[in-house]
Design a protein around this ligand. Structure first.
Ligand code: SF4
Length: 158
């Protein structure tokens, strides 16, 4: 796996799809979960490599940019979805630990959060998520592709 550190100019991405939130926050580009059915690969075609599962981009300044986005007078505290086209708790999050700083920024701005993940790594941040839930609200959606562990391992190798 190749890790590429990048910086971003904006953190929040608006879309008009019918979903619980119209704002996505993707702290990584691409995803190391390696799901064989991954729907998100098409959305990364613009990048200069096609190794969707192996070349992971880390947005090293995303917390600071998110704070700047939340501080804009025009921001109206809409719920924000973490992460629409990648998993914020994918394997390299265990090393880079971006999510605790992201959740702390949500707490600072009292902004509601939606998380969709298939990783138990989320449990690492339970204290922070409970704190945010009390002051702004957190919705956690867990993706379960199969109840049979052998099938699940084939669908989701990591
Ligand atoms: S967790 Fe989502 S983004 Fe990541 S590989 Fe699986 S389907 Fe793709």
């Amino acid at each position: 796996m190749a890790i590429k550190k990048i910086t971003c100019k904006t953190a929040l991405h608006y879309h008009d799809r019918e979903f619980a939130s119209n704002y996505d926050l993707n702290i990584y580009r691409r995803c190391g979960h390696r799901c064989i059915y991954c729907f998100a690969q098409y959305s990364h075609k613009y990048l200069d490599t096609d190794q969707f599962f192996d070349d992971i981009f880390v947005k090293t300044n995303v917390t600071e940019i998110l704070h700047a986005d939340f501080s804009k007078r025009s921001w109206n505290s809409d719920p924000v979805n973490i992460c629409g086209v990648t998993d914020g708790y994918q394997p390299i999050e265990a090393e880079y630990c971006l999510m605790p700083k992201i959740i702390e920024t949500f707490i600072r701005h009292k902004n509601p959060m939606i998380i969709t993940t298939k990783s138990t790594l989320l449990l690492r941040d339970l204290d922070l998520l409970e704190k945010l839930n009390k002051i702004a609200g957190v919705s956690v959606q867990v993706s379960v592709s199969a109840m049979d562990e052998l099938i699940r391992e084939k669908n989701e190798p990591l």
